[in-house]
Design a protein around this ligand. Structure first.
Ligand code: ADP
Length: 409
């Protein structure tokens, strides 16, 4: 047991984060991918592949280079939705993804099978081997946003995919009639275990709009998605109706022609998500106008106990204004973990009620400013900080019973 162990095994990340690196495949050296978003669902048939395709189309329409990696190996439906039949081209350096009519790069096992109706009956290790090859042997050309159509569920196969690829964010697709609450809770735990933030939730088959009277019918019952999103501090990115035109577009390989603004908000959030990430990667302090500030929170309020806070609210700021807010559950208090976790996210300032003195030192060494002694609403504190009105009291938590809880080291 480490010194900083709070003896709460339910929240401890020691047992869950250990092996991610062991599985990770290396990206092909000629590939360039800026952001990868995994689309997951609790079970098959809820529209995960449809939403994956539509998100790629939405980002492509916004002028980004989009790609889809179809990791739903046993139910690959992406090539069909895009009407792609041709086999991927190869070269001595590797495999090229297929190109859709509007320039979306696509790789799927269906493009490699002799006959697209051949069943894929491989077991877990072979499946994950293929997915790794999609990552390390395919030459992805300068992709801004790659969407990964994950295998359904929250079991072993999606877990291996997440561990094999470098996934930057997760979108969960659910329909109202599912056990959404349980699925979201499982997905959140999985994401926490792998330190992958959840971008948000999409509800598919939310309602049906009668083409004659325009009345909306909740065919699968009332939605509880907002309540569930709130419970887990997640965003609802969009709600899609049951629309026969969408099913027809998929069947005819014409998903690129879909007409509807249901995913516009999602696309905007993904766009900003990409901006943050790119800022993180460049990590350039010179002339910086953007900054990430993290607040240790319980709900929306600043917590006393940094290491054991419920979640981190991350505020992306630009020219002294908050541009975007995201909440990331606290991944736990593994020794030395939180400072690296937050630093790697590009955080420049941490605001908390209290923090252990050792943790403050570690953050300061990493060039991260720590403000302690703050209280009240997280957003207000950030606004005050940006106006230069929030100063650290420098308060170090000395109380024995809180010492371990407040430290991030
Ligand atoms: P999953 O990837 O979750 O298994 P798919 O995206 O393949 O699910 O969707 C299953 C089927 O349902 C497909 O035929 C798809 O066209 C159809 N479908 C999904 N969402 C909708 C929707 N909102 N309106 C109409 N048809 C839909």
């Amino acid at each position: 047991m480490s010194e900083s162990c709070g003896q709460n095994c339910n929240t401890c990340s020691d047992k869950t984060t250990e092996k991610r690196d062991d599985f990770t495949a290396n990206l092909h050296q000629m590939s360039s991918i800026k952001r990868t978003i995994g689309i997951m669902s609790g079970k098959g048939g809820v529209g995960k592949s449809l939403i994956t395709s539509m998100l790629a189309v939405a980002m492509n329409r916004r002028g980004y280079k989009a790609a889809v990696l179809d990791a739903d190996i046993t139910g690959p439906s992406i090539p069909k939705a895009f009407g792609i039949k041709q086999k991927p081209a190869t070269s001595e350096f590797g495999l090229f993804p297929a190109m859709s009519k509007t320039g979306i790069q696509i790789m799927s096992i269906n493009l490699l099978l002799q006959d697209e109706t051949d069943p894929v009956i491989w077991r877990g290790p072979v499946l994950s081997g293929v997915i790794k090859q999609f990552w390390s042997e395919v030459i992805w050309d300068d992709v801004d946003f790659m969407f990964i159509d994950m295998p359904p569920g929250t079991g072993d196969v999606p877990l291996t995919v997440f561990q094999s690829l470098q996934v930057d964010g997760i979108i969960i697709v659910a329909s109202p009639q599912e056990l959404v609450s349980m699925i979201v809770a499982k997905a959140v735990k999985m994401a926490e275990a792998m330190n992958i933030p959840i971008v948000g939730l999409v509800e598919n088959m939310s309602y049906f709009k009668c083409p004659d009277c325009n009345k909306e019918y909740k065919i699968f019952g009332e939605s509880s998605i907002e309540k569930i999103a709130e419970q887990h501090h997640l965003k609802v990115l969009g709600k899609l109706p049951i629309d026969p035109k969408l099913a027809t577009a998929c069947d005819r390989g014409m998903i690129e022609l879909y007409d509807g603004n249901w995913l516009d908000d999602a696309a905007e959030i993904i766009e900003n998500y990409g901006d943050q990430a790119i800022n993180n990667l460049s990590n350039d302090k010179e002339g910086e106008t953007t900054m990430k500030i993290v607040v240790a929170c319980e709900g929306d309020m600043i917590t006393e106990h940094f290491g054991h806070c419920e979640a981190f609210m991350i505020f992306q700021t630009e020219n002294g204004e908050i541009k975007n807010t995201e909440t990331v559950p606290n991944p736990g208090h593994k020794p030395g973990f939180l400072p690296n976790f937050l630093h790697d996210m590009g955080i420049k300032v941490i605001i908390s009620g209290g923090m252990g003195g050792g943790a403050i030192d570690i953050f300061n060494e990493k060039g991260v400013e720590v403000i302690t002694g703050a209280s009240g609403e997280a957003k207000t504190a950030v606004e005050q900080y940006l106006k230069g009105n929030l100063k650290s009291t420098g308060s170090v938590c000395h109380q024995h019973q809180h010492h371990d809880e407040c430290s991030g080291h």
